[in-house]
Ligand binder design. Structure first.
Ligand SMILES: Nc1ncnc2c1ncn2[C@@H]1O[C@H](COP(=O)(O)OP(=O)(O)OP(=O)(O)O)[C@@H](O)[C@H]1O
Length: 515
């Protein structure tokens, strides 16, 4: 760990939102060249703390010290000048510009002469070493529209470095990356550290925090719960820091073998991959994990099965009966549900209360004489809120004011309060804390034990291996291979994802499930 003096200090920070004390008496320092893991349950205050550091929110209490000087006001431009940069989950890049133009937007080098034209050549030449430093696989002239999320993140980091960033704040940076891209990002973080740039790494994927952090700050209910350094940074200690107690295995094995034909997807072709077909069977009472690289066509398949998009070929059957699914209403009528990946766009009404969001898909069940029974609605929502520990003042608050992970819990509560025959969960625990993950896995297993076919799309390797009864790996719009538990391993999933064959029979890796 670095022993240099901190260049950034937050002292006694408090932050009040109407009705919520998001932070209470938090002190925190950043030294050059250290990677700090920032952990805590959903709603613990991590994003709020980082927004204060980035000048986006003003603290209600406490002081900010930059290079030894106390700052009474600290806005976004002050933060940029102080060398504080964000790599956002929702990336802030211009799609229609190339990499170089995005790096230098607002600071473009100009050609000599009165016209003040942008010197494109110089801009690209200046961008090249920055991109090289991050070992990216695209050039200064690559258009952002053509880039993957992982490439866009690296471009944001390049932009931050060009602005002289001394600390880069990454909020859940790997949640939309494939395992390979996530490992690459961890390598970039290590390089930044060795160059003296600090990183604050917020993640609910604790194995990544173990892999990259020099120091860990744990928040609980807006307060500092403790710090860990070096060899103290273990999975178990981080859990204790976050939730104040131990949490042994979070995975629940099946209580009985699968039965019935369940959900069958036969020869399914989507508009994204019209020339490849998917054959997949999820039996009643099993959890099939659908792994694959980002862009392999998993979300497209889920959307088509659920009737959001049309299948261009093939069919879907439930317990042997072929179904006609032309819309989500059809799917729901047959008992097939989808918990979507993009909760903000398709999963949750942000202006609407938690309780109305939860009752929405099944309003008929809450009706009394043609009117929705708000009491019944509130009772169901309240039960789900306590089961999933949704952090909110009450179930009537607008869903948009919740922290990201708590919004995800509301989406899940909405679907899990119903009785599906088959359910597709697309990245169900993205951004969700460890305690809620356990609850969600238990709910999934509960559905299974009631005979439901559960298809879980996940890019979280630990989750895929820990939760699934079987794994199918998707690649370029088709199934690259399937794995039984005895052959579960990170290497096998990755091999199938890139078109190689799995190494079967080399011994089970039951690492995650019964750890
Ligand atoms: N603009 C706001 N208005 C009202 N409450 C807010 C606002 N922003 C945050 N909060 C509340 O402050 C608390 C802390 O939220 P924050 O987003 O910092 O949590 P987090 O630790 O980043 O959570 P997650 O892991 O879910 O992202 C939560 O209770 C949240 O509902």
């Amino acid at each position: 760990m670095s022993v240099a003096a901190p260049f950034l200090e937050l002292k006694g920070i408090g932050k009040l939102f109407p009705g919520v004390a998001a932070l209470k008496d938090v002190s925190f320092a950043v030294r050059p060249g250290e990677v700090i893991g920032l952990i805590g349950e959903n709603g613990a205050g991590k994003s709020t703390l980082m927004k204060i550091l980035g000048g986006v929110e003003a603290p209600s209490e406490g002081v900010l010290v930059v290079d030894g000087a106390e700052r009474s006001s600290f806005g976004v431009s002050d933060a940029i000048r102080a060398g504080i940069a964000f790599v956002h989950q929702e990336l802030n890049l211009f799609e229609n510009l190339d990499a170089a133009a995005n790096i230098f937007v607002g600071r473009e080098p100009l050609r000599a002469g009165p016209l003040r034209l942008v010197d494109e050549k110089r801009m690209r030449a200046d961008a090249a070493p920055l991109l090289k430093r991050l070992k990216v696989d695209f050039g200064p002239e690559t258009s952002v529209a053509a880039m993957s999320i992982a490439q866009r993140q690296l471009l944001e980091i390049a932009k931050a470095l060009s602005q002289g960033a001394r600390v880069v704040i990454m909020d859940e940076p790997t949640s939309s990356l494939s395992i390979r891209e996530a490992n690459n990002l961890l390598g970039v973080i290590a390089d930044l550290r060795s160059e003296g740039v600090s990183v604050v790494f917020i993640s609910h994927r604790l194995h990544e925090v173990v892999a990259c952090a020099d120091r860990v700050l744990g928040l609980r209910d807006g307060r500092v719960a403790g710090e860990l350094a070096g060899s103290e940074i273990t999975y178990d200690r981080m859990i204790r820091l976050m939730i104040g107690r131990d949490l042994k295995s979070i995975y629940v094995p099946p209580s009985r073998p699968p039965e019935g034909r369940g959900l069958e997807i036969r020869g399914a072709r989507t508009t994204t991959f019209p020339d490849s077909a998917v054959d997949l069977n999820v039996r009643g009472g099993e959890i099939l994990g659908l792994a694959g690289l980002v862009g392999a066509g998993r979300t497209e398949l889920a959307r088509a099965v659920f009737g959001i998009d049309a299948l261009v070929g093939g069919e879907v059957a439930l317990d042997g009966a072929p179904l006609r699914i032309a819309s989500p209403q059809d799917a729901i009528r047959h008992g097939i549900y989808l918990v979507p990946e993009d909760r903000k766009r398709t999963g949750l009404l942000l202006q609407t209360s938690i309780q109305e969001n939860i009752s929405l898909p099944d309003l008929a069940a809450y009706a009394r004489g043609g009117l929705v029974s708000r009491r019944r609605e509130a009772a169901v929502a309240e039960a789900q809120r306590s089961r999933l520990a949704i952090r909110a003042g009450n179930v009537r608050v607008r869903s948009g004011t919740l922290s990201g992970g708590n919004q995800q819990k509301v989406v899940l509560a909405k679907w899990l309060s119903m009785r599906p025959r088959a359910i597709i969960l697309d990245e169900p625990t993205r951004g969700v804390d460890i305690g809620a993950k356990k609850e969600i896995y238990e709910l999934m297993r509960g559905l299974c034990d009631a005979g439901v076919a559960v298809l879980m799309i996940s890019s979280d390797m630990e989750e895929v291996i820990g939760v699934s009864d079987r794994i199918a790996v998707m690649r370029e719009g088709t199934i690259g291979g399937e794995l039984e538990r005895a052959d579960f391993s990170e290497a096998n999933v990755l091999a199938l994802a890139v078109g190689q064959s799995a190494d079967r029979g080399s011994g089970p890796e039951e690492r995650a499930r019964h750890a």
